[in-house]
Write a protein of this length. Sequence first.
Length: 91
Amino acid sequence: MNYSEQLKDERWLKRRVEILTRDRHRCRICGYFGPKVNVHHLKYTGMAWEAPDEDLITLCNDCHYKTHRPEIADKRYDNMRIGNIIEKHHG
């Protein structure tokens, strides 16, 4: 099963809702709240729905795009780890 197919699987859709709920549907980088949020994998290991909580993070479309563009020089994306992001925005 390729990654695109995994994202349509019921197990991923359930896992996605869990992460969105955990993050209160807010981007963990900029704080955006709204319908245009994604669950981003910090690491890819196994099937999409098998990723541990610490490897999944809610991002808005803009921040999600930027995380996939390494040429964008923005310090907010350095050392992206969920623990650092949680501490920075909720600590």
